[in-house]
Write a protein that binds this ligand. Structure first.
Ligand SMILES: NC(=O)c1ccc[n+]([C@@H]2O[C@H](COP(=O)([O-])OP(=O)(O)OC[C@H]3O[C@@H](n4cnc5c(N)ncnc54)[C@H](OP(=O)(O)O)[C@@H]3O)[C@@H](O)[C@H]2O)c1
Length: 254
């Protein structure tokens, strides 16, 4: 039987206190990895995810960093290096939330916030963690992108432009790190059902569903499955890929 086996690997998932990140972290642990659970403000949620991973028999720690601060990312790296160990796998998934509106209405600060959250997160995570991967000639970097970066619909400009910037960084990084055995890929979810909506009820999706060829919204587990695949040796010859996981709503050009 073919399985996704991450046993013996250490992973770090950013934004693992958030909706999709917590499922990614637990899924990598189910595949056998030890997992560091990153958070920004919500330490209690990160500790809960970390405890759930420990209950699976894996090692786990909760670690804090703010992607608006270079020092805080290096502090997170140094903390991991001194205990849990530096990761073989990083999943760059955190994102800061802001109000969506038109270009003419959007505050300039929102563009800078999204640039830090998407572009600089991936730059700083590479600077902090890729040298170890290069030294050991093995590593997996997977980042969360979005269908919005393909579609560029009205009111999404700060988010879509930052995720497109992230894509530019990661395509260059895939070429730069490929010779060292490090792969760099992205998963681009559609509008995804996660714990928040399972607990509070589904948002109105009347306008969304007719646009999805598979006729439904995806789940956090379906996103995490794609991340786990790209983190595994089953994806050993895939790098620089941008994988939409959105039921066909957005399709990339060949
Ligand atoms: N949910 C969807 O339907 C959907 C669809 C397409 C793409 N995505 C992408 O999937 C990823 C996860 O989205 P989500 O919906 O799960 O987000 P979320 O629930 O809002 O979680 C965001 C995470 O990012 C962390 N964070 C926020 N600002 C940060 C900062 N300045 N520095 C460090 N960490 C910070 C938060 O930490 P604290 O909570 O600890 O403060 C939280 O863990 C994102 O990259 C998003 O663009 C999501």
């Amino acid at each position: 039987m073919l399985t996704i086996d991450l046993s013996g690997k250490r992973a770090l998932v950013t934004g693992a206190s958030g909706q999709l990140g917590r499922t990614m972290a637990k899924t990598l642990a189910q595949c056998g990895a030890d997992v560091a659970v990153h958070y920004f403000h919500n330490e209690a949620q990160a500790q809960k995810v970390s405890r759930e991973i420990q209950a699976m028999g894996r090692k786990s720690v909760a670690v804090q960093a703010d992607f608006a601060s270079e020092e805080s990312v290096y502090a997170m790296r140094d903390l991991l290096a001194g205990g849990f160990g530096l990761p073989d796998i990083v999943v760059n998934n955190a994102v800061s939330q802001y109000r969506w509106t038109t270009v003419l209405q959007q505050d300039s600060a929102d563009y800078l916030d999204q640039f830090r959250s998407c572009v600089m997160q991936n730059v700083l995570m590479a600077k902090a963690f890729a040298p170890h991967m290069v030294a050991q000639k093995y590593g997996r970097i997977v980042a969360t992108n979005t269908e919005c970066a393909i579609e560029c619909f009205p009111t999404q400009s700060a988010y879509a432009s930052a995720k497109r910037g992230q894509d530019g960084v990661l395509r260059c990084l895939a070429r730069e790190l490929g010779p060292s055995g490090v792969t760099v890929n992205q998963v681009a979810p559609g509008w995804t059902i996660s714990e928040r909506e399972r607990e509070n009820g589904l948002d109105d999706m009347t306008h969304y569903l007719p646009q999805v060829p598979l006729g439904r919204r995806g789940t956090d587990q379906e996103i995490a499955n794609a991340v786990a695949f790209l983190c595994s040796d089953l994806a050993s010859f895939i790098t620089g890929a941008f994988l939409p996981v959105c039921g066909g709503k957005a399709m990339t050009a060949i």
